[in-house]
Structure formats: structure tokens, C-alpha cells
Design a protein around this ligand. Structure first.
Ligand code: NAP
Length: 299
């Protein structure tokens, strides 16, 4: 039986830093040539702590690489109509290249209506039906941040995908489903034979063990154990969980959906948590915003 004791660690922290440097260099060139500075607008509804942190990190990243950013902060009790009007203002503001509406939204607001209101040309989160459809068709589009980040890691680490069996665990709209489409497309990376699994899947460990590439996005801490992984598999762990840890200054540490310590020795390559998929998310958003400002997807 093939075993690997030293898997390649797929370093999302380093890769995202490289991508940010590449984008920053591009922005310098654009500005020097008198071009338009990329501009991202982020809409935050309410004062949820986690959402504030995520949006804050996105705005800070924009500043760091020379983008313009606008944070639109709205009260939690804004009406659905009021939010749609704010989105329309950003839709028609020619200086704004891309926009994101931070989820989750308060219960009285329909995520579907809000998503449909965003102009696809400015939908740098890649959540609108137009952009999801274009992704499925393998047309130029904004691929949503986490799947885009995973594909970029696979590309930059030269992981062979053609003809491989990819098992995706989890079918959420933001991670599992798009990953299954992207890995199965006639593209590179892509061209995998894909099995999409979920909570109703029977014999999940057995199916997972057939994966050459195992992508795990279920939101259950350390769910994937060594008996679910084929020796030599590439393992991509999307999960993020905080667990109490008195030895840390913060009082917690982060773990993933994969039991890293026992799975890593079996894998040929694996993403750690933290420092794997997570840091790639913002880099993808910045990349999409750069594409939007350059009218690279919709001309
Ligand atoms: P989600 O919307 O909760 O979806 C979870 C999926 O896992 C569902 O499709 C569910 O199946 C499936 N599932 C749950 N229990 C299962 C089981 N026992 N066996 C098989 N499938 C099971 O989760 P998500 O938004 O995709 O997020 C997943 C994880 O990734 C979370 O830890 C989240 O924090 C993390 N995440 C990280 C990033 C990042 O940037 N790194 C981004 C997004 C999410 P059903 O459809 O049948 O219910």
C-alpha cells in the first residue's frame, strides 16, 4: 500500500500573499498608464461581529494593494426595499467596479432578491444567477471566492486533475456545488470524474476512499479521518472551526473538517487549517475586482 509520510503542504497563506503582490504590481502599472483604480464597494447590514471582521479584512486588503474601497454600513432594520435601493445606487455608480453584500442578511431580507439585484458585471462574489450559469457553461465569469481560491491553489501547485476521481463532500451553493462543477469542466484544472456527496450519501467513507482528490466542505470539525482517505490522495480542507485552547493567547485555535494529524501522513498533498483555503478567499475577491475594473469578463 502506497503511503506518503511527507505530504506537500499546500500553503494558502504564501500563495495568497504572492497573488496580492501580483495584483498590487498590476495596479501600479494601471495607475502609471493613467488607467482607472479598481474600486470595490462592500455592503454590510447590521452589526454582526463576524461579518464586521470579514468585511473589515476585505476593505483593509483593498487599501493594502492600492484599490479604492467603499464600505456601505446599513442598520439591521433597513427594509428590503431600502437595501435594494442602495444596491441600485452602486449598480449605477460608474466609479464602482465591483460590489459585495456580506452574508448573512437579517431574516426579513430575501437573499435571492438582493443577489438578483446586483448587476452581473459588478458581481465580484460570483453569486448572481448569470455568473453561476456562466461558470457552469465554462464561459468567462467571476467564480466565487472560495472555489476560485481552491482552483488557484490546484493550478499553482501543479496538481494533476485530468482523469482523476474527485470526491466533493458537501453541496453548499458557496463551496461544494461550484467545486463539483469546476472540477468536472473540460478545462485545466478540471476534467475530473466528480462525485458530489452530502448528508444523504450512503457509504460515504467508502466513496471518499476512492478519491484521488478529496475536497471537504461540510462544516463538521475533524469529520474526515484516515480511514476515509486513499493513500496518496490530495486533500483540500475547506472547514474552519474555533476550538478552545488555553495555551493560545486568543484562547482558541482553528481546525478544519479533516483530522489533519492522522490524514496528512497518508496524503500526497494537503491544505492545512489555518493557512490553507482560508487566506485564498480575499485574494480571489481582489482578483475578480481587478478583472471587473479592466472589463475583462463583460466588455
Ligand atoms: P454548509 O452550507 O453548512 O453545507 C454543508 C454541506 O455538508 C451540506 O451540503 C450538507 O449536506 C453536508 N453535510 C453535512 N453533514 C454531512 C455528513 N455527515 N456527511 C456528508 N455531508 C454532510 O457549509 P459551507 O458553507 O459549504 O461550509 C463548510 C465549511 O467550510 C464550514 O466549516 C465553513 O466555515 C467553511 N468555509 C470556509 C471558507 C473559507 O474561506 N475557508 C469559506 C466558506 C466556508 P446537505 O446538503 O444534505 O445538508
Amino acid at each position: 500500500m502506497e503511503t506518503t509520510n511527507n505530504p506537500q503542504i499546500i500553503d494558502g497563506k504564501k500563495t495568497s500573499a504572492t497573488i496580492k503582490e501580483e495584483i498590487a504590481a498590476e495596479v501600479v502599472k494601471i495607475k502609471a498608464a493613467g488607467g482607472k483604480t479598481p474600486h470595490l464597494a462592500a455592503v454590510l447590514v447590521g452589526d454582526d461581529g463576524a461579518s464586521q471582521t470579514y468585511v473589515g479584512a476585505k476593505v483593509k486588503a483593498c487599501e493594502q494593494i492600492g484599490f479604492t474601497s467603499t464600505l456601505v454600513k446599513l442598520d439591521a432594520d433597513i427594509s428590503e426595499e431600502g437595501l435594494l435601493e442602495e444596491i441600485e445606487k452602486l449598480n449605477s455608480n460608474a466609479d464602482v467596479d465591483g460590489m459585495i453584500v456580506q452574508l448573512p442578511l437579517p431574516k426579513h431580507i430575501s437573499v435571492q432578491k438582493v443577489t438578483e439585484k446586483i448587476r452581473p458585471e459588478k458581481d465580484v462574489d460570483g453569486f448572481t444567477p448569470a455568473n453561476v450559469g456562466r461558470m457552469a457553461l465554462n464561459w468567462p465569469t467571476y467564480v466565487s471566492a472560495t472555489p476560485n481560491g481552491i482552483m488557484e491553489l490546484i493550478k499553482r501547485y501543479n496538481i494533476e486533475t485530468s482523469g482523476k476521481h474527485c470526491v466533493v463532500i458537501g453541496r453548499s451553493h458557496i463551496v461544494g456545488s461550484p467545486m463539483s462543477i469546476l472540477m468536472g469542466r473540460n478545462d485545466n484544472p478540471g476534467n475530473c470524474t466528480v462525485t458530489l456527496t452530502h448528508s444523504r450519501t450512503k457509504n460515504l467513507p467508502e466513496i471518499a476512499r476512492t478519491a484521488d482528490i478529496l475536497i471537504v466542505a461540510i462544516g463538521k470539525a475533524e469529520f474526515v479521518t484516515k480511514d476515509m482517505v486513499k493513500p496518496g490522495a490530495v486533500v483540500i480542507d475547506v472547514g474552519i472551526h474555533r476550538v478552545p485552547d488555553a495555551s493560545k493567547k486568543s484562547g482558541f485555535r482553528l481546525i478544519g473538517d479533516v483530522k489533519f494529524d492522522e490524514v496528512a501522513p497518508l496524503a500526497s498533498a494537503i491544505t492545512p487549517v489555518p493557512g490553507g483555503v482560508g487566506p485564498m478567499t480575499i485574494a480571489s475577491l481582489l482578483y475578480n475586482t481587478l478583472m471587473a475594473s479592466q472589463r475583462k469578463i463583460y466588455s
